[in-house]
Write a protein that binds this ligand. Structure first.
Ligand code: FAD
Length: 455
């Protein structure tokens, strides 16, 4: 006899979304969490980093206030106050989430769980048995061989977001999303920042044009960029950390942030013993997130899909609905919106030009420069909205760079996921003056009727 319809191991984005949706659908649910409900996203990821970025935006605004005719001055960062603000946001959301889980009659179990059979998880000597088990144990920050994290001079994002001081200088190893966001924060806070990225460009999962625009904007902000050279070694001294790259060049800073990706938390908790199929530590699943063991599902950062909170939410919801017999649609991962919340932001949905071509599409593209947009001029931001489309067909990708462009993804993802073509979008009126107008203008231009576009 099963105690629960659903036993969920891990209370992060993927796990708690499955729990909330499962309970909503009338399933009995046990949710097991060893640390804090909300997981990485709420306590060590999305939310705290975005609070830091917002504090950075205010610092930059005060620095540049005179550009807008406002007499103000940037004096310094008060990191105790920044952290109090950030922790306050996290704590409020944490309380709200705890209340939500309680209100849905979910059995919340505190403690470290271990999968001890295909349908049960043991926590502190008690077995929780379920008709279905969902694994959602998340991810941890990776490092490189020979690079030991000491938590003070050589750190990951976990320690970096708790710093009670602003380092004079920082090397950010890794120019992906997390690296670029921290580089942006520290530059705004007043540190001298160098990003070292082994690949030829920053945010390499994005369209090449977005990387170029971000790099240009970062250089303008005096962030030093070293791309296309791999890390070789690091040496610590009292005064800082010196890293040597494979081309023999060295860089020294007070702090080295290692932001080289995140690995799945899948070892030592019974997964191997139960015969769950994995590939390089990630659990392999089908399009509905089923593992190879009947009744065991896996969602979030432990499966090889995009490591994003909203992907975890979507997978958790899909699995709960599948278990409840709703037969939901499988997720189209091309349609997942992605944002790097640096200044400027990088946001996209759909295919890059390169991927669209690889897949054999006859591609047309257009780039609408934000210089032609009223609101972008008011904000003094630069960037563009690039559309990738199938010739005489739907929009295949939307790629944006500029302040606040992440907010434009709401429309972009509908355009992509509803397979609209440029003329479908061009006929809709966008409010003036908004940044969203640039979305309308880009589609008007692609539909052959540009308004505020040169050339
Ligand atoms: C610095 C940073 C910034 C980020 N910013 C964004 C962003 O802006 N937007 C975005 O979409 N994504 C962002 N992410 C990614 C996002 O946080 C993750 O994709 C998301 O949290 C994954 O959810 P998850 O449920 O798979 O895992 P997690 O959130 O990691 O949750 C897993 C949970 O399982 C628990 N657990 C693990 N093992 C056990 C066990 N044996 N027993 C009991 N409990 C266990 C853990 O304590 C944890 O709470 C960011 C990540 C980082 C690190």
């Amino acid at each position: 006899m099963s105690d629960f319809d659903l036993v969920i191991l891990g209370g992060g984005s993927g796990g708690y979304a499955a729990a909330l949706r499962g309970a909503q659908l009338g399933l009995s649910v046990a949710l097991i969490e060893k640390d804090k409900l909300g997981g990485t996203c709420l306590h060590r990821g999305c939310i705290p980093t975005k609070a830091l970025l917002h504090a950075g935006e205010i610092a930059d605004n005060s620095r540049h206030a005179s550009d807008f005719g406002v007499n103000a001055q940037f004096i310094s960062m008060d990191m105790a106050a920044v952290n109090a603000y950030k922790d306050g946001v996290v704590s409020k959301l944490h309380k709200g989430l705890q209340g939500l889980v309680k209100s849905r009659n979910i059995t919340y179990v505190e403690g470290t769980g271990r999968l001890v059979s295909p349908n049960s998880v043991e926590v502190n000597g008690t077995k929780y048995t379920g008709k279905n088990v969902i694994l959602a144990t998340g991810s941890y920050p990776r490092t490189l061989p020979g690079l030991e994290i000491d938590g003070t001079q050589i750190v990951t994002s976990e320690e970096a977001m708790k710093f009670d001081y602003v380092p004079k200088s920082v090397i950010v190893l890794g120019g992906g999303v997390i690296g670029c966001e921290f580089a942006s924060v520290w530059n705004s806070f007043g540190s001298e920042v160098t990003i070292v990225e082994g690949l030829p460009r920053l945010v390499a999962l994005e369209d090449e044009s977005s990387s170029k625009l971000l790099e240009r904007a970062f250089r303008k902000r005096k962030i030093n960029l070293v791309t296309g050279v791999k890390f070789a070694s690091a040496v610590k001294s009292k005064s800082g950390v010196t890293i040597t790259l494979e081309d023999g060049t060295t860089h020294t800073a007070d702090v080295l942030l290692v932001a080289v990706g995140r690995g799945p938390v899948t070892s030592g908790i019974g997964y191997e013993e139960q015969g769950i199929a994995m590939d390089r530590g990630y659990i392999t699943v089908d399009e509905k997130c089923r593992t190879n063991i009947p009744g065991i599902w896996a969602v979030g950062d432990i499966i090889p899909t995009l490591q994003l909170a909203h992907v975890g939410f979507a997978e958790g919801i899909m699995v709960a609905e599948e278990i409840a017999g709703l037969n939901p649609r499988a997720i189209n991962y091309d349609g997942v919106p992605k944002v790097t919340y640096s200044e400027p932001e990088v946001a996209s949905v759909g295919l890059s030009t390169a991927v669209a071509k690889e897949r054999g599409y006859d591609v047309v593209e257009i780039s609408y420069d934000l210089a032609g947009n009223g609101k972008a001029n008011i904000l003094k931001t630069a960037g563009s909205i690039k559309l990738v489309a199938q010739k005489n067909g739907p929009i295949l990708g939307v790629h944006m760079v500029g302040s606040r462009v992440g907010e434009l993804l709401a429309e972009a993802q509908l355009i992509f996921n509803w397979e609209a073509d440029a003329s479908d979008v061009a006929q809709h009126i966008h409010a003036h003056p908004t940044l969203s107008e640039a979305m309308g203008e880009a589609h008007m231009a692609l539909a052959g009727k540009p308004l505020h576009a040169h050339g």
